[in-house]
Write a protein that binds this ligand. Sequence first.
Ligand SMILES: [Zn+2]
Length: 335
Amino acid sequence: MKRRVLTGLLPVLLLGASATLAAEIAPGVDLLPGRFVSGTQPDGNTVVFRAPAGLIVVDTGRHAEHTQAILDLAAKAGVPVVAVINTHWHLDHIGGNPRVRHAYPGVRVWASGALTQAMTGFLATYRAQLQEAAGKTQDPSERRGFQDELAIIDAGSALAPDEVVTVTGPRTIGGRALQLGLERNAVTAGDVWVFDPATGVLASGDLVTLPAPLFDTACPRGWQAALARLASVPFTVLVPGHGRPMSRVDFERYRAGFDRLLACAASKRTDEACGDGWMRDIGPLMPESDRGLARRLLQYYLPNNLRAAPEKTARLCGDERPGSTATPGATPRHR
Ligand SMILES: [Zn+2]
């Protein structure tokens, strides 16, 4: 009987393990790919830079398996994680912070200050939804999933930065010279990107995301402006928040597709036609297996975000009138 139970667990464990095999993408730079499968909550990509003092980890994933792969990488290298840089506050990018802090109490976490506002806005709403869903479900594994999400949010200060990034510029972290960029009101109220001049690697966070941009908490025109600034960073390899590493040519294809998607959303063309345009523009960057997910994401984001009520967009773009109250909009699907 025992054996049957264990066999039942095996595929899940294998999936977790196969999703987070590290690959060296440049000398001293590793990528731990995040899983993004339709119907499950994703993990963002993790980029690890080797610095003189230890490892610098860009984003820590959401699920325990993903974060464990980061800790395994550090253990194998025999060096501590000295810094975490969070590209933004979505849980698939900061969810592993408490585990990394627990393993390496001396770690310094760098991020924008946007989490503070999210904790009383989107994440407070999401927390209430999770509690209700956990109370209703009859499925124990589904309940565990909701409880894991609640535990991340309730980690509170263990998620938050020690070093708040308030301006774009050079930083020396763990003895390695990096360029940190801050973009306001793009994917979130504060997005950070990381450029390593020594290798030409740029970790963009969700400013670049395949198979489609994730607009839940985004200001579309702020995001468009941020992509234009990213284009002027002299990178040779760009690691997106989700999806495979890109060349500069790939990024320019992504950016042109993004511009056309926004132009289409502002036109009288149908949601379907705009989604088709994205599939045509980005097609060569997208594995065949991701096409269904891309379509589903766009058919949600076009009516709910790209064509949302002007008040909602204004709030996410930070240009609401003083005194107006910030309340979360439609149920976000990715955060
Ligand atoms: Zn993400």
